[in-house]
Design a protein around this ligand. Structure first.
Ligand code: ATP
Ligand code: MG
Length: 417
């Protein structure tokens, strides 16, 4: 923080009120407060208080202010925020604070915008705009520009106090992570699935990640990419879990028992089943994929239906109606694109023909699977799965499956275990 800025700055946080009615509102605000505290706890004491339609983050002990701002820009549910100072409801106090606050800022012009939350508060916003503006003009010799000002001094009047700030920072919008529930996202090393996971996170879901890699037949490059992608996504939920599923041996069994053209859809059906099992252990209520209609052979209407028939859990496909260039644009903004385009070998490319079936039927696939010990194959792979936990700061810890999930827990949660 600039040494000339007032010492007791807090961060004033606004959330979007749209869609926030009735009983959801307190829950939303509570979740958002906890999410902000979690993201900010790496940089300051991070206590959030409620203030008439806003939240205030106490930044005592602040270190690395730029990093704190970056972290807050990733907290879903935040509409915008500002480093702000609270003053008593007094014009002089607001004007002095505004002057102090803009002292280190360079600008060609400015305007003052006073707003009040309640019409009954005895403050004329017009009068405050003019009076505070006149003081700034007199002291800084700056012209007022109401249309395109270089700087806007904001004064928010709430009962008994006013909040003053000069730099408003946009948040990501959306709903606080966890306010809607938990889901499990199938995260490949590709371009689509990280964006899919991010979009569903923005709609309030906490996301558990699951990656399938082709070891021991393929390199672990896709697994390393999945870990890097999960790291980026972790910035938006401050704490994540990634399951690394070794899929190569299971794929080999499929290859030995079935025709080449159905392999990809069969791989996918097994991924869904394993995903559903892991989701059950994690109390996740849906699976998420990066599928987009018609993008590749496995994403025809028939194949999507044949894949999802393997599980009962809903499958969310946030990118289903997006073109590839729209997805790429989103991935670039998110910062995952550069990781995704690194070369790797996705397990789905293992032992597959050039022309896979584009119209498979669940009944036929079930017939093929009847030659396989499906449940046994799934159980084996799940117990060989490794787990990587990310903390709020992105540090990781690795676990074996058994270290996290006990046998009793599995029997308790899984309906058909
Ligand atoms: P992506 O870019 O996300 O890999 P894609 O266009 O390459 O997507 P597919 O490879 O057909 O499409 O995969 C469709 C979806 O299946 C992916 O978006 C992802 O959710 C899931 N998926 C595919 N391969 C894997 C994998 N190795 N691990 C986890 N999930 C996977
Ligand atoms: Mg892929």
């Amino acid at each position: 923080m600039n040494s000339r800025e007032p010492k007791d700055l807090s961060i004033l946080i606004h959330y979007d009120e749209i869609g926030l009615k009735g009983k959801n509102r307190p829950l939303f605000i509570e979740r958002l407060s906890r999410r902000i505290e979690r993201a900010a706890s790496l940089y300051c004491e991070a206590k959030v208080k409620k203030r008439t339609g806003r939240l205030v983050l106490d930044t005592s002990g602040l270190k690395a202010p730029a990093d704190l701002i970056e972290a807050l820009r990733k907290v879903f549910g935040v509409a915008y925020f500002a480093r702000a100072q609270c003053v008593p409801l007094d014009l002089e106090a607001a004007a002095n604070t505004a002057l102090e606050m803009i002292a280190p800022l360079k600008t060609q012009s400015f305007r003052v915008r006073t707003r009040k939350s309640f019409p009954t508060t005895p403050v004329s916003t017009r009068e405050w705009d003019r009076a505070i503006g006149a003081r700034i003009q007199a002291r800084r010799h700056l012209p007022v520009d109401l249309e395109r000002p270089g700087l806007t001094v904001h004064v928010e009047v709430i009962p008994r106090e006013a909040w003053v700030y000069a730099e408003k920072i946009r948040g990501p919008g959306g709903l606080p992570v966890g306010s809607v529930g938990r889901v499990a996202a199938l995260l490949s090393g590709g371009i689509d699935s990280p964006l899919a996971a991010w979009r569903i996170m923005k709609r309030g879901c906490e996301v558990v990640f699951i990656h399938f890699h082709g070891a021991p037949y393929l390199s672990r490059a896709s697994a390393d990419k999945a870990e890097d992608l999960a790291h980026v996504l972790n910035g938006y939920q401050s704490g994540s879990r990634l399951y690394m599923v070794p899929f190569g041996n299971l794929q080999k069994e499929i290859v030995l028992a079935t025709q080449p053209e159905y392999r990809v859809v069969l791989y996918r059906r097994f991924m869904m089943r394993i995903g559903e099992h892991i989701a059950g252990l994690e109390n996740a209520r849906a699976l998420v994929t990066g599928e987009s209609l018609g993008q590749v052979a496995s994403q025809t209407l028939q194949n999507l239906a044949a894949i999802e028939e393997a599980v009962r859990m809903p499958i969310l496909r946030p990118l289903i109606g997006m073109d590839k260039d729209e997805i790429i644009e989103g991935a670039k903004k998110l910062g995952t694109f550069e990781i995704s385009i690194e070369p790797d070998q996705d397990c789905c490319s293992l032992f597959v023909p050039k022309h896979p079936a584009i119209r498979s039927h669940a009944g036929h696939l079930r017939g093929l699977e009847s030659r396989l010990p499906v449940q046994e194959m799934i159980d084996k792979v799940i117990h060989e799965t490794e787990i990587i936990d990310f903390d709020a700061g992105g540090r990781t810890r690795n676990f074996s499956f058994g270290e996290i999930h006990s046998a009793e827990e599995e029997t308790a949660i899984l309906p058909n275990a």
